[in-house]
Design a protein around this ligand. Structure first.
Ligand code: WTA
Length: 635
């Protein structure tokens, strides 16, 4: 096995050059470290028009087998998954590769016994318990396509996602613990499933042990089912381009879209990037604080680390409970070597001062990482100085659900680190910055739109059931390029800085929310005539949600109305989508063709009314003054 680890600047340069000059040769070398059931015939075939992208055609492989079986001989007793419960006084869990393999094989048989076959869609709505990882791996072992729905989404969102891909089964728990709260997970599933017609079975894992209703003929207990099956489950040979999973994400228009990742390419990219971005060494304990409900959890809690034979830590709770030292207590408890978290978590912990940090040594840390949103300078410095003690490289990793794996990031001790810069493209990644007319921007420090010229193995293949939307969203803005939706610029050394979304997507605490879907949710309230939602800078969340609402009648109690809107949004999407600021307005600024001028609304939300620009061409210019007068100042 050729070593694919990048250990020096020369390695990086050589790997990058090879990945551009001979991409097939470059990626084949990584793919060949896996156990294939049938060798592939062709490494890559692609075009960005349709688009049609195929990696490792003709090959057959299985994800779960490469995560588990191939480590059974070499390191059966190494801990695969470490699990820290919500309550620090409860027992933790450590499952070895052997134990995890056993559980995955058994649960795969449970799925089969409950009617799941290759290609069936399995919806997973579970909190951060280690069985969630078992569920993912069991699906991939038998070739079922998982669709994980973050267990903070509402019953309605769950139902929409189940319906979009006609899931046959839902895997869930009785409830969940988060900080000092207990959440009625099964109640949400019952309500969600009642709005669907494809679900035949619900498998329920006991977590909180609180009494729940089990629907006769539909609901079965996880543990009971496990007792009925044996542990012999051969891994299904999957075509390299067979779908591996669907993960829904928000776009600038319409309902969330089902991003489809396929098997071999996703494996190659997540494995390679995990090893190199985190410089994982054999005995290390690696911790990513994301939730498996998001792409970061898929790629960098479960698949990347397990493909690399790593010890991956899962945490059930929240950073601020029982106190703001929890993350650091966990780092010391397990002697975590790599910590991968989000700027929003850093900012909220930073707000609690240094005392909770000072209680812990944090000496085990070697690499610290950031993902999900731009990290501001203050948070970067705090994280680097007080958590990384100035000695741990901070990897600011840029990527997206649609990318499957990290695309732009420093490589610790190899490439440069620069605060707020994601810095260099990883090998195999060919970014380009375009202006709005599609011309390349080569000048340093000039902002433009971040695109990709060439496919990497884990690029999105389609949006479930809607390939036209795939083309229109990512491949039609600039012909021949993948368009990320982000603005970026480069410094004079070619290092990238990500500015943020240029479309109508808001990034709230690292969660992507589309303004259209937020407005649809708000409009469900019977008194709402029309609404417009924009993002604004928020100290902790990165971006907050500002909602302008036109109501049908006068509101007696503003507060009561706002509470109702919050409740409506919570029901339609989930608590993460609740607006931070709601302003009832007499009208919305519109162009003569009836389009809402979001630019103006954004400026008002930012408290930046000195540069509203020319409003005289609006259909209703006077409305701007009315809105400004009543606006809630946020800065
Ligand atoms: C943003 C998360 C700046 C970006 C893995 C992107 C970032 C969106 C960074 C994708 C970063 C992610 N610096 N912005 N390091 N990482 N983003 O699909 O706007 O949940 O388009 O994937 O998050 O969010 P998603």
């Amino acid at each position: 096995m050729e070593d694919i680890r990048i250990k020096s600047k020369a390695d990086y340069q050589a790997a990058y050059q090879e990945s551009v000059d001979h991409p097939e040769q470059f990626w084949a070398k990584i793919a060949d470290t896996f156990d294939w059931k049938k060798p592939y015939d062709k490494v890559l075939e692609w075009e960005f028009e349709t688009p049609d992208i195929k990696w490792f055609q003709g090959g057959q492989i299985n994800m779960a087998e490469n995560c588990l079986d191939r480590y059974l001989e070499t390191q059966p007793d190494k801990t695969a998954i470490l699990w820290e419960p919500n309550d620090p006084n409860d027992d933790n869990i450590a499952w070895s590769y052997k134990e995890l393999h056993h559980r995955v094989c058994k649960f795969a048989n449970v799925l089969k016994a409950n009617g799941i076959e290759k290609g069936d869609r399995v919806c997973i709505y579970m909190p951060m318990v280690p069985h969630l990882a078992v569920a993912l791996l069991a699906c991939t072992r038998i070739g079922a396509i998982h669709s994980v729905v973050f267990a903070g989404f509402s019953a309605q969102s769950l139902a929409d996602r189940i319906n979009d891909s006609s899931c046959k089964i839902v895997l869930t728990t009785d409830g969940s613990f988060r900080g000092n709260k207990e959440i009625d997970i099964k109640g949400i599933v019952d309500e969600g499933v009642s709005k669907t017609s494809s679900v035949e079975k619900v498998i329920v894992l006991k977590r909180t042990e609180k009494f729940i209703n089990m629907k006769e003929g539909r609901d079965v207990w996880w543990d009971d089912e496990m007792e009925k099956v044996d542990a012999n489950c051969p891994a299904e040979p999957m075509d390299a381009e067979d779908p591996l999973f669907i993960l829904y994400t928000s776009g600038s228009t319409g309902k969330p879209k089902g991003v489809v990742h396929t098997t071999a390419g996703y494996m190659v990219s997540t494995y390679y990037t995990f090893l190199n971005v985190f410089q994982y060494e054999d005995e290390d304990v690696y911790w990513c604080t994301a939730d498996i409900g998001w792409i970061t959890g898929h790629s960098y809690i479960v698949y990347g680390p397990l493909l690399a034979g790593a010890t991956t830590l899962m945490f059930e709770g929240i950073p601020t409970w029982p106190d703001a030292g929890r993350f650091w207590a966990i780092v010391d408890k397990y002697q975590v070597n790599q910590l991968y978290t989000a700027p929003t978590a850093i900012r909220s912990l930073m707000a609690n001062g240094l005392e909770p940090v000072a209680r812990y040594s944090l000496n085990s840390l070697k690499v610290i990482g950031s993902v999900g949103e731009p990290i501001n300078e203050e948070a970067w410095k705090w994280y680097h100085t007080y958590i990384g003690k100035g000695k741990c490289p901070l990897v600011d990793t840029w990527w997206q659900t649609e990318n499957g794996s990290i695309l732009i990031s420093p490589i610790p001790h190899v490439t440069d680190i620069r605060p707020m810069y994601a810095t260099n493209p990883l090998p195999g990644v060919q970014p380009i910055i375009l202006d709005k007319d599609g011309n390349e921007i080569t000048e340093p420090h000039e902002e433009g739109l971040l695109c990709m010229k060439f496919p990497w193995p884990s690029i999105v293949r389609t949006l479930y059931g809607d390939h036209d939307r795939m083309r229109n969203t990512y491949f039609s803005t600039f012909k021949g390029y993948y368009f990320s939706g982000d603005a970026a610029k480069r410094d004079n050394k070619g290092r990238y800085r990500i500015i943020g979304r240029v479309d109508d997507v808001i990034n709230v605490s690292g969660h992507r929310l589309g303004t259209a879907e937020l407005e649809d949710a708000i409009n469900e309230h019977p008194w709402v005539v029309e609404s417009a939602v924009v993002g604004f800078p928020h100290d902790i969340k990165g971006q907050g949600i500002y909602a302008y609402i036109i109501t049908e009648r006068d509101i007696d109690s503003q507060q009561a109305f706002k509470d109702e809107i919050n409740e409506t949004v919570r029901k339609e999407i989930g608590p993460i989508a609740k607006p931070d600021i709601i302003q009832v307005v007499p009208g919305l600024p519109k162009t003569r063709s009836g389009k809402i001028m979001r630019r103006i609304l954004r400026k008002i939300a930012e408290g930046d009314i000195s540069t509203l620009g020319d409003t005289s061409t609006l259909l209703n210019p006077d409305i701007v003054d009315d809105i400004v007068e009543e606006a809630t100042t946020v800065n």
